[in-house]
Ligand binder design. Sequence first.
Ligand code: HEC
Length: 104
Amino acid sequence: MSAKKGKKEKYEPQGDAERGLNLFKQMCIQCHTTAIRGIYGARIGAGNLNYTSGLLRRAQEKWTFEKLDAFLKNPKEFAGDTAMGAVAVKSAKDRRDLIEFLKI
Ligand code: HEC
């Protein structure tokens, strides 16, 4: 993660929700509908999906930027053996934009 142009980007995530939607259509739509947006700030597990992982062990917690970022970066590390294991979003910018989309 480079501090490009000296912008305050690390913990002041200002993503692009429109780009996030496009990424979502490429990377996530085969399993999720866009109804999952709004999960930001909600309880872990609030998506009422078919949970295949240890995600629900954290169901007392809420989805913050840091947690969504960690989950999307490395779903297996965050949630254990998950159907999302192959999804791992490598790019920090992609994750930030996806998370921006998940806020709306
Ligand atoms: C291969 C299917 C698949 C793909 C692709 C996928 N997901 Fe998931 N996702 C799941 C499953 C299944 C769960 C339920 C958790 C589990 O079982 O591990 C989940 C859970 C989630 C959750 C937590 C929901 C909750 O109720 O707390 C979020 C947020 C999420 N996915 C976002 C994404 C995003 C963003 C993408 C695209 C980058 C994506 N997913 C791609 C299958 C998928």
